[in-house]
Design a protein around this ligand. Structure first.
Ligand SMILES: [Mn+2]
Length: 378
């Protein structure tokens, strides 16, 4: 008896405000589903954050509906819980997954906390925030008791556990009963597999790269889903790698090496199937930030989906200094007034426009605005 464990697909996530990234997330999800079908598993468990938002767009809902129907055609049942992203934080509110129930989705919720599939107990709880921790522990203990009646037991949760995220957890490892064979977890976007009790505890991780902080785990452990063989008492886990849509390249550049490193990046990008996302830091030595910014955009802009640059010269050049001093207060005010967006790109746009316009560089300002619009809205 084999099943696929998948989690944190974040369908509908328009990362960096780019429509292309929203498409990447759904393309990769579809690739994962196709691979699951190829693997001829008996069923699938999705451990939460199927959708990036609790009110997904009809288009996003449709992508999941198509995947569900495809799995159904292949006689593969799907079990799911809601994660923190697809939970409506209101009493008695329903998660968007509910819309797929009549299409056969086996949604695990407080109303229906477990299913029995052949002789396997498949139980779980949707995401609960920390203030509801004791309720969560009560429900897990009830599930643990009920599970005793069955030979094989799976527990599905979408939570942080202290051992893996010491600052943002809702559960401590010791809160979790030890009588399950497989702890089918979501929420942490890295891939984790460990022995726990007599079974295995596993986070299958996110299917796409949701933030820069996930890049190092991706480089080590890749992304995708797990296939779990639950026939034996201590389940066997096979990691199935499914490539994210595009590479995410983080590069620290010493200014003295700028030209070499730009050529290196160009060469690296030439070998990729899709335009990557670039995160560049330039440090060391003295340089003019706008010159370096322009150079990066001119040399690499067309080759990448998005460039984020962090430019830190040792000393500000006279040009930079002038801008820095004359606009210090205005800049602060600007950023303050934009804080509601919480978006670094918008802050940078405003500062960049202010810089160009205060120097009467109208054409440059137009270029900056145009570049921003192409990135965000095309
Ligand atoms: Mn998530």
């Amino acid at each position: 008896m084999r099943f696929a464990h998948i989690a944190d697909s974040h369908l509908g996530f328009r990362q960096y405000g780019l429509y292309q990234r929203e498409k990447d997330f759904s393309d990769v999800f579809k690739r994962n589903i196709d691979r699951i079908i190829e693997e001829k598993v008996d069923f699938v468990i999705h451990s939460g954050d199927l959708f990036h938002m609790s009110k997904p767009s009809p288009k996003t809902l449709l992508i999941f509906q198509e995947a569900l129907l495809k799995l159904k055609e292949n006689d593969i049942d799907v079990f799911a819980i809601a994660g923190n992203h697809d939970t409506v934080m209101r009493k008695d509110a329903l998660p968007p997954q509910i819309l797929s129930k009549n299409l056969g989705l086996k949604l695990i919720s407080p109303n229906k906390p477990y299913y029995i599939y052949e002789d396997i107990f498949i139980g779980g709880s949707p995401y609960q925030s920390k203030p509801y921790r004791s309720n969560l522990i009560d429900s897990i203990n009830l599930l643990s008791k009920e599970a005793e009646k069955y030979e094989r037991r799976i527990l599905i949760l979408h939570q942080g556990i202290d051992k893996y995220i010491p600052f943002e957890f809702e559960l401590e490892l010791s809160d979790i009963p030890q009588n399950f064979d497989y702890y089918c977890l979501g929420h942490i976007h890295s891939r984790i597999v460990e022995d726990f009790g007599n079974g295995k505890l596993a986070y299958s991780g996110s299917t796409e790269i949701c933030s820069k902080s996930e890049v190092s785990d991706y480089q080590k452990n890749r992304k995708g889903f797990y296939i779990v063989d639950i026939s034996k008492k201590n389940p066997e886990i096979e990691k199935i790698d499914v490539k994210p849509k595009r590479e995410f390249i983080i590069k620290h550049i010493d200014y003295s090496n700028l030209n070499n490193d730009i050529s290196y990046l160009k060469e690296k990008i030439r070998n990729l199937d899709e335009k990557p996302i670039l995160d560049i830091t330039v440090e060391g030595g003295n340089f003019n930030r706008s010159d370096v910014y322009e150079k990066l955009i001119n040399e690499l802009g067309d080759l990448t989906l998005r460039i984020k640059s962090d430019l830190n010269p040792e000393q500000l050049t006279r040009d930079d200094e002038k801008v820095e001093n004359s606009t210090l207060n205005t800049k602060d005010l600007l950023i303050k007034s934009l804080s509601e967006y919480g978006n670094e790109d918008i802050n940078n746009l405003a500062i960049n426009l202010l810089d160009k316009l205060s120097k009467d560089k109208i054409d440059d300002a137009k270029r900056v605005a145009k570049h921003f619009c192409t990135e965000y809205f095309s």
